[in-house]
Ligand binder design. Structure first.
Ligand code: BDP
Length: 714
């Protein structure tokens, strides 16, 4: 009992509100100004979406300004704030804003300060109700960051169509790679019982513009497509609809056999095709705005078209045909690597998919992970980006921290996302960034999208680590605008979640920005990758070498031996560099012109290879590990100084988590260096602390109950 209480109280109740706590503003001058600007509101319309938008505005203004007397039905001719879609506005204002409204499409909005009949007024307008809701959230966010509205002239629209979360939630409420408690979907109590969490989840998503969610694990269970579960999915879709969120489901390729009674799932078989046609019609009967299917096929043992000697196009197009009459999409994942292919795992998705460019139907989106291996702390961008001009290719990031310290380590992921989005693919010459490849500006796309694997669970604070909320927030902001920089996002999130005091925001912004490099340094420096312990991926396991398939073993990825370390992906090795456009192909083929952050990703180099700063490779690796540890120690000392700006509870919680992070950073450093030292046979350089335990000790650590593991991998 005591233990239970201790767990429950270690998370602050305030953390449940995420970035939507609408903290009271203490600066009275600002409060008076905001009050004057929002006291009489003419909020037009009464759709479900408009009702939630009004409620949100009332809540936000009430909390921030202590204003409980907000009028929502003021006369639009004299209101302080006028909110309405284009057609609801008075023609004079409509005409003044016509140009802006043309630019913002279905989901964008305009917030403008203007003078109406000699009186200052703010106008929030858009072409649709959902965009009004987005505008309301943005207005409240600006106020939450204490920004002046006096001259506001904001015309904003999302640059990406599909802004989506993928939950890897199982029907038994475990979450694959989930570190924040159980799944928030309570399948047993649905459809009748609507948890308040579903509504707060939808609000949080809408506040950052997320407009689609896939509810279930990509390692799918076909039961989700049976009538009993579809009724439950319908209930969730009904909750999400006013917030502009479409529901997708993961579709197990073998569902026609498992729940349909057929003896094949061959995509060219007519009975199979008809089964999917009927299934789609059944789902749309319940959920008219259903988004579609997300499919992981022929990857890591999942069934797929190749089981029937068919290919990805056959499989994806078969499902796309079933969904097309209902305007649904198939999201087909490109995360494939095969036990029958001995080639470098990093090359396989490109080799399998790029030849199919132009063959997928218009409603097929090919979902590609940000890097070619698997959500590592750092990877070069996936070579498929920009390489399939005739395909709607969308990007998949992992928000949950499978390879970044679970929900124990503080790591600000927008920095990682930004690095990928800003990478130049050179597919159409210099400046062909990944962001441009996916937002449709490099090649015309039928549909664009950005997906994040959710880090959300039943923990009181949603994400396990209170700072992991920033990763959910940041993902949404980047999906809306992939050109936003990580600093801006950090600044916004800190102000909305904790405090507007610069003495808090500035050092904490620095801490967030540096946190990503810290984790790279203490886990996988200089391009090392996938040296995690097996299955659960908790902690280091560079020594693991005896698993059934070569690419399951960390030794496959680091290749350490007495001669050196790293994966040779040059023309002399696996030639994965050939999948990148010039000049990258040429530059990354030579260690001297490869950025050091990717060095051991592309090259196997001797221990005494000389790095840019004059250190040998061995010394450089060791110093990076130490630097990572030092960075965490710095984070701890910054956090110590933040006590005045957060509650005692919040302070203690993050302090405890940072202490674990420091302990685990040292674990990574010591375990990896001791192991690599058996090959390098060199002493640790000056400045690197001596390991506290032996290599055998680190090897002996086992974690059979680490969270987030797939049941079949136990
Ligand atoms: C890997 C995870 C595994 C997922 C897989 C995927 O370890 O749990 O099923 O990715 O994305 O990173 O399909």
């Amino acid at each position: 009992m005591l233990l239970l209480m201790a767990t429950a109280f270690s998370q602050s109740v305030a953390d449940y509100d995420l970035w939507l706590s609408y903290q009271k503003i203490s600066d009275t001058e600002l409060v008076n100004k905001y009050r004057a600007q929002t006291n009489d509101i003419a909020f037009m319309g009464n759709s479900e979406t408009i009702i939630v938008a009004k409620e949100e505005l009332r809540l936000g203004l009430g909390n921030m300004l202590g204003n409980s007397s907000v009028i929502m039905n003021a006369d639009p001719n004299s209101a302080d704030l006028i909110v309405g879609t284009k057609d609801q506005l008075h023609t004079t204002i409509q005409n003044r804003l016509a140009k802006d409204l043309e630019q913002v499409g279905e989901e964008g909005f305009v917030i403008k300060a203007l003078v109406q009949k000699g009186k200052n007024a703010l106008v929030l307008t858009a072409n649709t109700d959902i965009a009004i809701l987005y505008g309301v959230f943005r207005l409240l966010e600006l106020m939450g960051q204490h920004q002046s509205l006096d001259k506001i002239n904001l015309v904003d629209a999302p640059k990406i169509d599909l802004r989506m979360l993928n939950h890897w939630d199982n029907l038994d409420r475990t979450v694959e790679r989930g570190y924040a408690g159980a799944s928030i979907w309570n399948w047993q109590k649905l459809p009748e019982y609507i948890d308040q969490r579903y509504i707060d989840y939808a609000r949080a998503n809408a506040s950052i513009g997320i407009n689609a969610v896939s509810l279930t694990n990509v390692n799918a269970n076909a039961l989700i497509l049976t009538p009993m579960y579809l009724e439950k999915v319908q209930a969730l879709a009904n909750v999400f609809r006013p917030y502009g969120i479409k529901v997708y489901l993961t579709a197990r390729f073998s569902a026609p056999i498992e729940i349909g009674g057929l003896d094949t799932a061959d995509p060219l078989d007519q009975n199979v095709q008809q089964w999917w046609d009927k299934k789609a019609a059944e789902i749309y009967g319940l959920i008219p705005d259903f988004g579609g299917f997300l499919v992981k096929a022929n990857s890591e043992g999942q069934p797929g078209p190749q089981n029937y000697d068919r290919n990805h196009v056959d499989g994806a197009n078969m499902m796309a045909k079933a969904l097309q009459p209902h305007d649904g999409n198939v999201i087909w994942r490109a995360f494939v690597y095969s036990e029958h292919d001995a080639d470098d795992r990093a090359k396989q998705a490109y080799s399998e998919f790029v030849p199919y460019d132009g063959q997928f139907m218009d409603n097929v989106l090919v979902q590609t992970k940000n890097g070619a291996i698997d959500f590592q702390p750092r990877e070069p961008f996936h070579p498929m980006f920009g390489a399939m001009p005739k395909t709607s290719q969308i990007i998949e990031f992992q928000i949950t921290q499978e390879y970044l310290g679970f929900s124990t380590h503080l790591v600000f992921l927008p920095k990682l996302f930004e690095e990928v989005l800003d990478s130049d693919t050179y597919r159409k010459g210099k400046g062909s960034t990944v962001a441009k490849a996916i937002d449709g500006s490099l090649y015309d796309k039928k549909m664009t999208g950005m997906v994040g694997v959710a880090n959300i669970g039943s923990d009181l604070n949603w994400t396990g680590h209170p700072f992991a909320q920033a990763n959910w927030y940041g993902f949404g902001r980047l999906a809306w605008n992939p050109y936003l920089d990580a600093e801006t996002i950090a600044d916004e999130w800190l102000r909305l979640t904790y405090s507007n005091e610069n003495a808090f925001v500035n050092p904490m912004k620095e801490l967030l920005i540096d946190s990503r490099e810290a984790v790279v340094n203490y886990m996988n420096p200089l391009g090392l990758h996938h040296i995690f312990d097996t299955g659960h991926h908790y902690g280091p396991g560079p020594w693991v070498s005896e698993l059934g398939r070569p690419e399951w073993n960390p030794t496959y990825y680091h290749n350490a031996d007495v001669n050196g370390i790293g994966f040779d992906r040059t023309t002399k090795g696996s030639n994965a560099v050939a999948q990148y456009a010039e000049p990258l192909r040429l530059l990354w083929n030579d260690p001297k012109t490869t950025p050091e952050k990717y060095l051991l990703w592309f090259h196997h180099l001797p221990w005494d290879y000389v790095l840019e700063d004059g250190n040998t490779l061995w010394d450089g690796i060791a110093l990076k590990y130490q630097e990572g540890v030092n960075q965490v120690a710095e984070m701890i000392s910054t956090w110590k100084k933040m006590k005045p700006y957060v509650s005692e509870e919040q302070h203690r919680e993050v302090k405890m988590l940072l202490n674990i992070q420091l302990k685990e950073a040292k674990w990574w450093r010591d375990a990896c260096l001791l192991y690599f030292q058996t090959f390098s046979n060199k002493d640790l350089p000056k400045g690197v602390e001596k390991p506290t335990q032996s290599l055998d000790y680190f090897k002996s650590l086992k974690f059979p109950f680490a969270p987030g593991i797939r049941p079949q991998w136990d």
